[in-house]
Design a binder for this molecule. Structure first.
Ligand SMILES: [Mn+2]
Length: 312
């Protein structure tokens, strides 16, 4: 499969690399890492993201970040998505191009013409790393930095998810190729906006506990976002922090968007929250999942989700 993917890349004239809407460090790092490897191989490549005006700025240190565009080139013959569990995550029209789906979500719907989906990997970036290694592609410093960021971001800097010996072998090699762990950690983790800190303050004052404090929840509405000045991408670590409470097994965050709610679920690893997510048409991993839903009353939605979690 790794060879098949690479030969499609070799055959392509113009390649569009797609990260998912409202991107995280994994989808950005995986596509940017692949971008450098493909450029180095002499390919014509473009980076696409549908929500380009709201890219999380903590990844702006990655060389290639500024190349990400919301514009779809007129003619490209190959698209490669990284870290997208389903086709709607790409936010791009179907067309006359071949599609390679590189991912690690166990709920991936295999929407590509070729599907390189490895759910035993920590991150999409780690799958890209494997693709490059299996095809003997040299990993440049820029590529290594991006792929390291992928793995680090999706594992919460090596704290959860699919972390094993292989993860650290990959990381060690990426450091050998020029990724600087201190530089990456500083850029991604010690670069918080005031808006995000204000949002944290709201969370600490407003979260609820349920089911003998084994479930934590927070509802963030548009009013809270406006008051704190936080953007959707600023909410990402809020839920991880709730999960870190010692009694908590599952954390739930309901975030109001325009016309719908975005629900995020995290578990400490004993409860498969992707089952709840799937029941609402979403996706994800065992310990990290989410979905969008249209409801009138977020509190009612929360109670419904809690009931599902308790009955898992
Ligand atoms: Mn990922």
């Amino acid at each position: 499969m790794y060879k098949k993917v690479w030969s499609s890349i070799v055959d392509a004239k113009y390649i569009l690399l797609i990260s998912h809407a409202h991107p995280d460090g994994d989808t950005l790092g995986a596509t940017i890492g692949l971008y450098h490897a493909l450029k180095q191989s002499g390919k014509k490549v473009a980076l696409f993201n549908a929500t380009c005006e709201h890219l999380p700025r903590e990844f702006s240190f990655l060389n290639g970040y500024s190349k990400i565009s919301q514009n779809v080139p007129k003619e490209f013959d190959l698209a490669i998505s990284c870290d997208c569990g389903s086709f709607d995550r790409l936010t791009i029209a179907k067309g006359n191009y071949k599609l390679i789906n590189i991912d690690h979500h166990k709920t991936n719907t295999h929407f590509g013409d070729i599907n390189l989906v490895k759910d035993e990997f920590s991150s999409a970036g780690a799958v890209v790393y494997e693709l490059l290694k299996k095809n003997g592609i040299k990993i440049s410093k820029d590529c290594a930095e991006a792929l390291y960021t992928s793995v680090a971001d999706d594992t919460g800097f090596f704290r959860y998810g699919y972390i094993n010996e292989k993860t650290f072998e990959t990381i060690a090699d990426l450091v050998k190729c020029g990724a600087n762990p201190q530089k990456i950690a500083k850029n991604v983790k010690s670069n918080e906006s005031l808006a995000k800190t204000r949002l944290r303050a709201y969370m600490l004052n407003s979260f609820d506990l349920h089911n003998d404090a084994s479930i934590a929840s927070i509802i963030i509405d548009q009013n809270v976002l406006a008051k704190s000045g936080a953007r959707r991408s600023d909410t990402k670590n809020i839920i991880s922090e709730l999960r870190d409470l010692s009694s908590v097994e599952v954390a739930i965050m309901i975030l109001e968007q325009i016309g719908y709610y975005k629900v995020s679920l995290r578990s400490k690893g004993n409860i498969d929250v992707s089952k709840v997510s799937l029941s609402y048409g979403g996706g994800g991993h065992f310990a990290s999942a989410g979905f969008d839903v249209k409801v009138d009353n977020p509190k009612k939605l929360l109670n419904e989700i809690i009931e599902k979690v308790v009955n898992l």
